[in-house]
Design a protein around this ligand. Structure first.
Ligand SMILES: Nc1ncnc2c1ncn2[C@@H]1O[C@H](COP(=O)(O)OP(=O)(O)OP(=O)(O)O)[C@@H](O)[C@H]1O
Length: 246
């Protein structure tokens, strides 16, 4: 079932006398529960596209259609946890803002994320990987139907990144959350996704899409990297992105 349809989306930024075209004629669709990634050169409009999907910007032309009501969760490279609030207060933040009474979900998520022992601590007392898990718990607490991830692993060391990729992948499968990930990391995109969209340099448009084969998708992101099909796909995507702009 199609969850999201993006049709002929073009976006210009207007600044004084100048017009910058960030995206041009972008077309794609995402099925309910699918995990898709955007890969492309710096400045090709990936973050702009996420802002358009989140409704923070309105496209200059084209249409963005969702199959039903959509609740967006947005997670960025920085965790944006409030250092003066405890972990449990940070996780409850979205629920508090939305005036939702049920805070049991905060305890359940912290339990599930094996972070219950941190609930009375403050963010500076946790490692970068733990803080990103808290940021994910805060995002999932409001039960988003679409999760937008803008390079959420890129500030982490390699080991934390791989373990968080496994964790996020497993958690999102349980929640069946439709997810869009922006990343510069080809391996990460292949290891986590059902589908990968390759963008051209600015103005960004989709050059090609790759469906990730089942033999990769059924593995954890960590194990996927050792699958023979992974290397083949990595090479194909590498060649597609092999421009001076990347
Ligand atoms: N508010 C803005 N006003 C003017 N130009 C903007 C604005 N936001 C982004 N741009 C321009 O639009 C283009 C796309 O930017 P965007 O941040 O979406 O790219 P990106 O693919 O996410 O880049 P990166 O991979 O480096 O994060 C860039 O050329 C950027 O300079």
């Amino acid at each position: 079932m199609t969850f999201l349809d993006v049709k002929n989306v073009t976006h210009h930024f207007f600044k004084e006398q100048q017009v910058a075209t960030a995206l041009e004629n972008v077309n794609f669709s995402v099925g309910a529960g699918e995990f898709v990634s955007f890969l492309g050169p710096s400045g090709c409009g990936k973050s702009t596209l996420l802002s358009l999907l989140a409704g923070l910007l309105t496209p200059t032309a084209g249409e963005i259609q969702f199959a039903g009501d959509v609740e967006i969760g947005y997670m960025l490279q920085q965790d944006f946890l409030f250092p003066w609030k405890t972990i449990e207060e940070n996780v409850a933040l979205g629920l508090t803002l939305l005036k939702r009474e049920n805070h049991d979900i905060v305890d359940e998520l912290l339990e599930q994320f094996e972070l219950a022992h941190t609930k009375k601590l403050y963010p500076p007392q946790l490692s970068g990987g733990m803080r990103q898990r808290i940021a994910l718990a805060r995002t999932l607490a409001v039960k988003p139907t679409l999760l937008l991830l803008d390079e959420p692993f890129s500030a982490l060391d390699f080991r934390s990144k791989l373990s968080l990729e496994n964790f996020v992948s497993e958690t999102l499968k349980q929640f069946s959350t439709t997810t869009i990930l922006v990343t510069h990391d080809i391996s990460e995109a292949i290891a986590m996704s059902d589908k990968v969209f390759i963008f051209s340099a600015r103005p960004g448009t989709i050059l090609k899409s790759f469906i990730i084969p089942q033999e990769i998708r059924e593995l954890t992101p960590f194990d996927a990297r050792n699958a023979p099909a992974f290397q083949v796909l990595f090479q194909e995507i590498w060649e597609e992105l092999d421009t001076d702009e990347y």
